[in-house]
Design a protein around this ligand. Structure first.
Ligand SMILES: [Zn+2]
Length: 271
């Protein structure tokens, strides 16, 4: 099974080990999901308090996985605007000088940096040129041409992978996640049935559950409405419970997929 963004993640880990991670990053290419995943990994490498960042186990990594780390600040467009506006960049600039809450630094993530207008990018540029000591910026963009050269030149660029890079486990996890998110029990059952028929090895089944946890955690990090948040937390618990059960009982595809579909659909009924 290929891990999406595996090469990029190894490069980030290697740099994290030296303790010299860049203060400004630009993630380009791939798909929205690929960029999002890489940004999440990078943020974890920056905020992790463990020996091998991201360790996945320290309090920072756990909070990041749940989408509740106070030092990861996701900056979205205002709901009624077509682009990020200069006031948002100015507010970000003020905030970036305030000390972090829990981690050694704060991470600002701008998922659609190509939707910053020119004034906003210029305000951002000052920050990238003289960054506050404890702040790191992760920009992601679909269209690199919409970014000022001066902004690009200040950032370490990373190229994310797309959905075609997904291994089998990720594909099944994505089908399950999408149907759960849409609140479609019949599609959840169908995705589980296809998983059951796929004759995956047991290790790959664990990979599906792990990938599903990652997708749910990513969605939580995007800042969702309270109702959806509650449902996603429950789905995350359910997925982890199934992973533990599969490992301890060495369950095969049929049992695992069936139990997962029943568990997820119960959550959909409740909400
Ligand atoms: Zn950690």
């Amino acid at each position: 099974m290929n891990e999406r963004n595996g090469k990029q993640k190894r490069a980030i880990r290697a740099q994290a080990r030296t303790g010299k991670l860049s203060h400004a990053w630009l993630i380009l290419g791939g798909s929205p999901g690929g960029r999002e995943e890489l940004a999440g990994f990078l943020a974890a490498a920056l905020l992790c308090g463990g020996a091998e960042p991201p360790c996945g186990a320290c309090s920072h990594c756990v909070k990041l996985a749940k989408g509740i780390h106070p030092d990861l600040i996701r900056v979205e467009k205002l709901p009624d605007r077509a682009s990020y506006v200069v006031d948002q960049a100015r507010e970000l600039a003020r905030d970036a000088y305030i000390m972090p809450n829990e981690a050694a630094r704060k991470v600002y993530y701008i998922p659609a940096a190509d939707e910053m207008n020119v004034q906003a990018q210029n305000a951002m540029l000052k920050l990238l040129e003289e960054p506050p000591a404890r702040s790191v910026f992760i920009l992601a963009a679909e269209n690199a041409a919409a970014l000022l050269d001066t902004v690009r030149s200040r950032c370490t660029e990373l190229y994310a992978e797309g959905d075609e890079e997904l291994g089998d486990a990720d594909k099944y996890a994505l089908a399950l996640f999408d149907s759960f998110r849409r609140g479609a029990p019949a599609d959840v059952a169908l995705a589980a049935w296809q998983l059951e028929k796929a004759k995956l090895e047991r290790e790959e089944l664990d990979g599906v559950l792990e990938a599903l946890s990652v997708l749910i955690a990513q969605r939580l990090r995007e800042g969702v409405a309270p109702g959806e948040q509650k449902r996603l937390f429950a789905a995350l618990d359910e997925t982890k419970k199934q992973l533990q059960r599969r490992r301890s009982n060495n369950t095969g595809a049929g049992h695992m997929a069936g139990a997962l579909a029943v568990g997820l659909n119960r959550l959909l009924e409740q909400s």
